[in-house]
Write a protein that binds this ligand. Structure first.
Ligand code: FE2
Ligand code: FE2
Ligand code: FE2
Length: 184
């Protein structure tokens, strides 16, 4: 793998790993604030970020050793209002800067596997941004956004509300590959 794409992949693994861990923390905070829909959203999306991290990690199987991951990391957790803002900042960075740049570099270097993994993440983060924006707008209005079942594709991380589709629109995985996060 070309060095630029390889480093981008290492960085993306770092970013997705931290996003996963941040969202599990944000879910626990939302639970404390009696925001079950928002907590469930964070839990579902934290799983999607795990899928992204694993997809990226598998692209690095030729490596053997330790490397520095240089990734966007949002620090300073607070209440759910603040946490949703941090989540939106992180997703926006990935959509506006990180993944478009990584995808173009992978294309330029003809790294097909890396390009696919970056594209799966990129297209999922756009959905994450919409979910978090909805949750934040409701909270600002003094209420909680209500979500139906949230479905996450265990192959590519794609995240949608409602019933799982017959085929994942992103990676074409079958319905049984979706993990459902339902309200209790
Ligand atoms: Fe992600
Ligand atoms: Fe995301
Ligand atoms: Fe998928």
């Amino acid at each position: 793998m070309h060095k630029m794409t390889e480093q981008n992949m290492i960085n993306a693994f770092g970013g997705e790993s931290q996003a996963h861990m941040r969202y599990t923390y944000f879910a626990s905070q939302a639970e404390k604030e009696k925001l079950p829909n928002t907590a469930r959203l964070f839990t579902a999306i934290s799983f999607a970020e795990t899928v992204h991290a694993w997809d990226h990690y598998r692209e690095l199987k030729h490596l053997n050793g330790g490397f520095v991951a240089n990734s966007m990391a949002a620090f300073g957790p607070g209440d759910t209002l603040k946490n949703l803002g941090l989540a939106i900042d992180g997703e926006s960075f990935e959509i506006e800067e990180m993944y478009p740049t990584y995808i173009e570099t992978a294309k330029f270097q003809n790294e097909k596997g890396a390009q696919r993994s970056f594209e799966w993440s990129y297209n999922t983060e756009k959905e994450h941004l919409k979910f978090y924006t909805r949750a934040l707008e409701a909270l600002k209005a003094g209420t909680e956004a209500v979500f139906g079942p949230i479905q996450v594709c265990s192959v590519c991380g794609y995240t949608i509300e409602g019933d799982a589709p017959d085929l994942c629109p992103l990676c074409k995985a079958s319905k049984d590959k979706f993990i459902s996060f339902n309200s209790k």
